[in-house]
Write a protein of this length. Structure first.
Length: 218
């Protein structure tokens, strides 16, 4: 079927660009993290809190992917880190060609950690390699503990799962144990962090994990 052929070609091309990204960041010893979530998980807020904590510890840079507007990049730029906004104009995921273009516009000479905030969508971003070292899936407690069952591919390709908005647990039916059980069924190797970007609770172990990654990356 021609549709399948086209999709294969697209993914093959994507993988070539992803390889170029890997070569580009390997030279500078940069760790690249691809953040996946549905809209409203608190991804940008979490990223802002993470940048605050990493300030004076690790030099970071951010690529922001959004369907429209640069308002997330404006928020990130306040933290004085290099940031490039990719506006996909309706496109529902980032691909490696877009990320490579963005990388080439950035001064990464002092950067050790690059966050790519993907378009808010738990479906197709999982299929596109962006040359990252790790995919990170973020789920808010406001989303329901059945998310991993509904979007198994995203949870399968991720190495880390951040459960955000734990400060709201007393008011929600979200069951953390059920969520973790559902996610671990899909991906037994997944590492979980429970945190609240808003209150700062639980951020420490996540920050430690990030620091360990930049140390471990050859
Ligand atoms: Mg955002
Ligand atoms: Zn898409």
């Amino acid at each position: 079927m021609s549709v399948i052929t086209v999709e294969r070609k697209v993914l093959k091309k994507n993988d070539q660009y992803a390889l170029e990204i890997r070569e580009h960041v390997a030279l500078q010893k940069i760790v690249v993290l691809n953040l996946l979530s549905s809209p409203g998980s608190g991804k940008t807020t979490l990223l802002e809190k993470t940048l605050e904590k990493l300030k004076n510890r690790i030099n970071t840079a951010v690529i922001e992917g959004d369907v429209q507007t640069d308002q997330d990049a404006v928020r990130i730029a306040r933290h004085n880190v290099p940031v490039v906004q990719i506006v996909t104009n309706g496109g529902c995921h980032l691909d490696a060609a877009l990320v490579l273009d963005a990388l080439k516009q950035m001064d990464l000479s002092a950067v050790r950690l690059l966050f790519i905030e993907n378009v808010g969508n738990l479906v197709c971003p999982a299929g596109f390699d962006l040359g990252e070292h790790h995919k990170i899936v973020i789920a808010g407690t406001t989303e329901g503990d059945d998310k991993p069952l509904k979007y198994p591919k995203t949870f399968r390709v991720a190495d880390v799962c951040l459960i955000n908005k734990i400060d709201l647990l007393p008011y929600l039916d979200f069951n953390v144990d059920v969520f973790i059980e559902n996610a671990a069924k899909t991906n037994p190797g997944l590492t979980f962090f429970q945190l609240s970007a808003k209150t700062g609770e639980g951020l420490g172990p996540w920050i430690d994990w990030l620091e360990n990654r930049t140390v471990a990356q050859p």
